[in-house]
Design a protein around this ligand. Structure first.
Ligand code: SF4
Length: 93
C-alpha cells in the first residue's frame, strides 16, 4: 500500500465540508435493487446512483460528495467503501 498527496474539491453541504473524489463501491451480489440508496441520494441532491438491470450503479461519480448517506440507507450492506477509483481492478469485498 502506498500513499500520495492529491488535490481535491471540498463541497459544503448540510453544514459540513465533504472532500470530493471518493465514490461508493456497490457489491452486485448483495444488492437487492431496492432503490433506497438511489432515492436518498437524489433527495439529498447529488443524484449519483441509478438502478441498472436491478442493481444500483454509480452513474454520475462526478456528482458524489462522499457523504456516505447511501451506505447508511442500504439494508444489505452492499455499499461498502467510499474510495477513489484508480482504474486498476478493485479487490472484491
Ligand atoms: S440500498 Fe443497497 S440493496 Fe438497495 S439498491 Fe442500494 S445498494 Fe442495492
Amino acid at each position: 500500500m502506498s500513499s500520495k498527496t492529491v488535490q481535491s474539491n471540498v463541497v459544503e453541504a448540510f453544514g459540513r465540508e465533504f472532500v470530493q473524489g471518493n465514490v461508493p463501491e456497490i457489491n452486485e451480489v448483495r444488492c437487492l435493487g431496492c432503490s433506497h440508496c438511489v432515492v436518498l441520494c437524489k433527495k439529498l441532491g447529488p443524484n449519483v446512483l441509478d438502478l441498472k438491470e436491478g442493481v444500483a450503479v454509480v452513474a454520475r461519480p462526478e456528482n458524489c460528495i462522499g457523504d456516505g448517506a447511501c451506505m447508511m440507507a442500504c439494508p444489505t450492506k452492499a455499499i461498502f467503501l467510499m474510495s477513489r477509483p484508480t482504474g486498476k481492478k478493485a479487490t472484491p469485498f
